[in-house]
Design a protein around this ligand. Structure first.
Ligand code: GRF
Length: 189
């Protein structure tokens, strides 16, 4: 299965996929390309592993430019890993059910425009929710609205601060992103 990974940040989720491929936890999976909408550490990680990497700086043109790079590459799955730009409706339609995203909360709660990174964990703590977690879902034109593929929760402890949730969510993400890719792979064959 050929995967394209879209990134905007530190690339911890990209690294999780690279590690899973290297360790054999993900079989018959190739990260065919990484595309970034800004210069970010995830680009460094991709280059360290000689993955073909595109840095598309003009965000308003990202969907169009990305589609051009994907043409003819026989990509089976696009993974948004810490990706912060909103993809165009035509792009998400063209790649319907072939784009997945990982979100650091239990969607449909604490999702939607502007809900990413620390903002999500702050909202969970302010709401006093007893649980948090992460979600892998299909990407549609709406932000964080597609069908959920895998979700995993954990108990929020009284003394938890944003950093604690960030750490706990990162552990859940490492697990469920790979699970989601394996699930999709199994369904395709
Ligand atoms: C995580 O919060 C993830 O849920 C969200 O982006 C953050 C990780 O970014 N999609 P990165 O993979 O470290 O760049």
């Amino acid at each position: 299965m050929k995967i394209a990974v879209f990134v905007s940040g530190s690339g911890t989720n990209l690294q999780n996929i690279i590690d899973a491929v290297q360790s054999g936890q993900l079989e018959n999976v190739e990260i065919a390309m990484v595309m970034a909408d800004r210069d970010c550490y995830a680009v460094e990680r991709a280059l360290d592993y000689d993955i073909p990497t595109f840095l598309l700086e003009e965000r308003s043109m990202f969907s169009e430019d990305a589609d051009g790079n994907l043409e003819g590459e026989n990509i089976d799955l696009i993974v948004l890993a810490g990706f912060l730009s909103i993809l165009s409706e035509e792009f998400t339609e063209k790649w319907k059910n072939k784009i997945i995203n990982i979100h650091p909360a239990l969607l449909p709660k604490f999702g939607g425009k502007g809900m990413y990174g620390e903002k999500v964990h702050k909202a969970v703590l302010e709401a006093g929710d007893p649980q948090s977690g992460a979600t892998v879902h299909y990407v549609t034109a709406g932000v964080d609205e597609g069908e959920i593929i895998v979700q995993k929760d954990f108990e929020v402890e009284l003394r938890d601060e944003v950093e604690d949730l960030q750490r706990k969510v990162a552990e859940v993400e490492r697990e469920i992103l790979i699970q989601a890719i394996q699930k999709i792979q199994a369904e395709k064959h």
